[in-house]
Design a protein around this ligand. Structure first.
Ligand code: KG4
Length: 338
């Protein structure tokens, strides 16, 4: 079954064709990052307008790259939540039109479920159940993935997502948007013990997280140094920051896997590209005898293939949408209602 996946929840427009949820036939991504960089973050209106400009062309490119005609597409999957509402609506409306024109089913997909499904594309042997840590720009959660479409959130962030925290910390350090990769590069060779940064705990909720205190601590350190005219150990601060994020994620995930008796740990989302986070998960899983799956870098960030992959499993479980499909800015991945 060939599914065309459409993604437009934030600042990437993406279209891809995936066969049977596992085989990538094409994966077209247009990043708007350069358009937002001068503002230091995503400007929703600019994002929506850019999605409108490129989405049809990208879908055609995805078909061409896959070597398929329109008639070879069996269903259209689209990110319908969560994300920037105007941006989501562009993808949803394009997908509705395409499904109607081609006479094929329309399948709404939760964006974070898509990030998790990126692992099915990279690892043919991977099947639920497993413990997943979903860490992206807009969402951070520890998830019990009981089945392809049966998930339970064990804990999530009470404020900023991990990626958002990376972007804010990078911004105050004078690095460009999106800040994850530049901050990682700055941290290279820095002393991760140079600064003592907070790791928030939430009383009575061992798997919940909070990153706003960490963000504020970084902002204060940078501003205090500037006010005093002191030279700041920027590499040390970046390394200490990465360590604090990683130490907020890895031990929680390992404890959750232990509690549920899962041998498999899966990491998903843009921040899964982070070297420190990857290395810490690798070390922790090796020590605990758990199998670790993290997508290759090209599948960590937003893409259409992950939406088509999850779309396949949603389709198999009976999910369909009509022309009344709407987009939603927020939605929990374990209570998906379209
Ligand atoms: O998954 P994603 O592409 O978008 C959402 O679904 O939100 O994640 C984007 C986030 C951004 O915050 C970006 O800074 C972060 O992922 N990111 C990284 C790295 N590469 C991207 N964070 C840390 N280290 C990286 N190497």
């Amino acid at each position: 079954m060939n599914i065309l996946g459409i993604e437009s929840s934030c600042d990437e427009t993406a279209a891809a064709v995936v066969r049977d949820g596992r085989v990538i036939l094409s994966n077209q991504i247009f990043s708007q990052a350069d358009m937002h960089a001068i503002y230091g973050g995503v400007v929703p209106e600019i994002a929506s307008r850019s999605h409108i400009t490129v989405v049809s062309r990208l879908a055609e490119e995805a078909l061409r790259e896959a070597g398929l005609d329109r008639g070879d597409i069996d269903a259209i999957a689209v990110t319908a939540a969560p994300g920037l509402i105007g941006a989501l609506l562009v993808g949803v409306n394009f997908a509705k039109g395409a499904a109607l024109a081609l006479g094929v089913p329309l399948i709404p997909v939760h964006h974070v479920r898509g990030h998790i499904a990126a692992n099915y594309l990279a690892f043919p042997e991977l099947e639920p159940p497993f413990l997943c840590v979903a860490i992206s720009g807009g969402n951070t959660a520890i998830v019990d993935v009981r089945g392809y479409t049966d998930m339970r959130i064990l804990g999530s962030t009470h404020d900023d997502a991990a990626g958002e925290c990376f972007d804010k910390a990078a911004r105050v350090l004078g690095l460009p948007y999106p800040g994850g990769l530049p901050l990682q590069n700055l941290a290279e060779g820095g002393d991760d013990g140079a600064f003592v940064l907070p790791r928030a705990k939430i009383e009575g909720h061992p798997y919940d997280m909070s990153f706003s205190g960490l963000k504020t601590a970084v902002v204060n350190i940078v501003h205090n140094a500037a006010q005093k005219g002191e030279e700041l150990d920027r590499a040390g601060l970046a390394a200490s920051f990465q360590r604090a994020v990683s130490e907020s994620l890895v031990p929680r995930a390992m404890a959750a896997a232990e509690e549920l008796g899962y041998k498999t740990v899966v990491v998903a989302g843009g921040v899964a590209a982070n070297k420190r986070v990857r290395a810490d998960f690798e070390a922790a899983c090796r020590a605990a005898g758990r199998e670790l799956f993290i997508p290759p870098l090209k599948l960590c960030g937003d893409n259409g293939a992950m939406i088509a992959a999850q779309g396949y499993y949603e389709y198999v479980s009976g999910v369909r949408a009509g022309q009344e499909l709407n987009a939603y800015a927020t939605m929990d991945l374990d209570r998906v209602i379209f």
